[in-house]
Design a protein around this ligand. Structure first.
Ligand code: ATP
Length: 323
């Protein structure tokens, strides 16, 4: 039986911009269950990071208007003040970003920074350091002890990401939000970081909200997937079901754009056009102008949420109406 950990309930986020507002997230609802990997996929600018940052209450202050609920373990995080959120961040919800250098302090050793997180648990210094070394071993850091005494700039990108994962593990959160965690890494290191995340899920039953534009990563690790387009979740469901039968035209085009294994399977396709900046909300499907199947009503009526199966929905006028 799935046990709900995080639920986004009709979440909408507008950024205030010069010409009014920008609808970065619109009416997004989804659930991350305990111990599962839920991947949010979409092109750049679809609102994935905005969703991730909103859960951690890390959106740029005063620049956004949020509607809807962010329910974590039954409580709406939007009601929490900065102090309460500080307790949640790190301890209950951890986060790793694309560029670990942004999160590491350049003037302290990486081991010292992880120890600092452990010391919050009121353990003595030696005990904290021993735990740092063990965590570095858990994340397969080569020469753990030597590396723990290094400064961030002395480590490779993959090693820095391991430090971030070790730091996150030190708090043992129930939910990890991983925002493009391997985008800046080469494929070998990406595979290693992926293995560490898989282990996390299995060993510690950590739920992961994985933000990515990489379907390869999704296929490797995700249980369920939500596809975002221009701020909206257009399709969501079990990863096998969606890979076997993608329903939304955007999902299908994204999958067709995946690199092929052999030349005979054809060249990499791209989706014509780009993700629109929505500065005026009006009825209609946000994908209509790029959709090869768009009908007249797609341009002027909001698409309905159609359930393809119990746990698989698609937001499209055409779902269930294909010939
Ligand atoms: N602080 C901000 N102020 C104004 N607009 C913003 C801000 N942050 C993001 N946006 C805009 O909101 C939209 C969604 O951005 P977001 O970064 O969430 O998308 P994304 O899918 O994560 O893209 P990427 O993969 O490139 O990070 C984009 O149009 C972006 O330009």
């Amino acid at each position: 039986m799935n046990e709900e950990l995080l639920r986004l309930d009709h979440l909408s986020i507008d950024y205030k911009v010069k010409d009014g507002y920008l609808s970065a997230v619109n009416d997004v609802s989804c659930v991350v269950n305990k111990g599962e990997v839920f991947a949010i996929v979409g092109e750049s600018g679809c609102g994935k990071s905005t969703v991730a940052h909103s859960v951690m209450n890390l959106l740029p202050d005063g620049n956004e208007e949020i509607k809807g609920k962010i329910i974590f373990k039954g409580e709406d995080l939007r009601r929490y003040g900065p102090k309460e959120m500080e307790n949640i961040r790190g301890k209950e919800i951890g986060m790793i970003f694309q560029n670990p250098l942004d999160s590491l302090n350049p003037v302290y050793t990486v081991g010292g920074q992880v120890a600092e997180a452990i010391l919050l648990d009121k353990v003595d210094k030696q005990e904290a350091w021993n735990r740092v070394i063990n965590l570095f071993k858990d994340v397969k850091m080569p020469d753990a002890e030597e590396r723990a005494n290094s400064f961030p700039h002395e480590l490779s990108g993959g090693m820095r990401q391991r430090v971030m994962i070790a730091m996150m593990l030190s708090r043992n959160p129930e939910l990890l939000i991983a925002d493009e965690p391997t985008t800046a890494l080469d494929v070998t290191i990406e595979a290693q970081i992926l293995d560490i995340m898989k282990e996390l899920k299995e060993k510690f039953n950590t739920a992961i909200m994985l933000i990515t534009h990489n379907f390869g990563l999704v296929a490797e690790i995700a249980d369920r997937i939500g596809i975002m387009y221009a701020g909206e979740m257009v399709e969501s469901g079990d990863v096998f079901e969606i890979f076997a039968a993608p329903t939304h035209p955007y999902t299908r085009l994204l999958m067709e754009a995946l690199p092929r294994k052999t030349k005979a399977e054809g060249r990499l396709k791209t989706i014509e056009g780009s993700v629109p900046r929505i500065t005026k909300k009006k009825p209609g499907c946000r994908f209509a102008n790029r959709c090869p199947y768009a009908l007249t009503n797609c341009y002027c009526e909001d698409p309905p949420v159609v359930h393809v199966s119990e746990n698989h929905f698609c937001r499209c006028h055409l779902t269930g109406k294909e010939a």
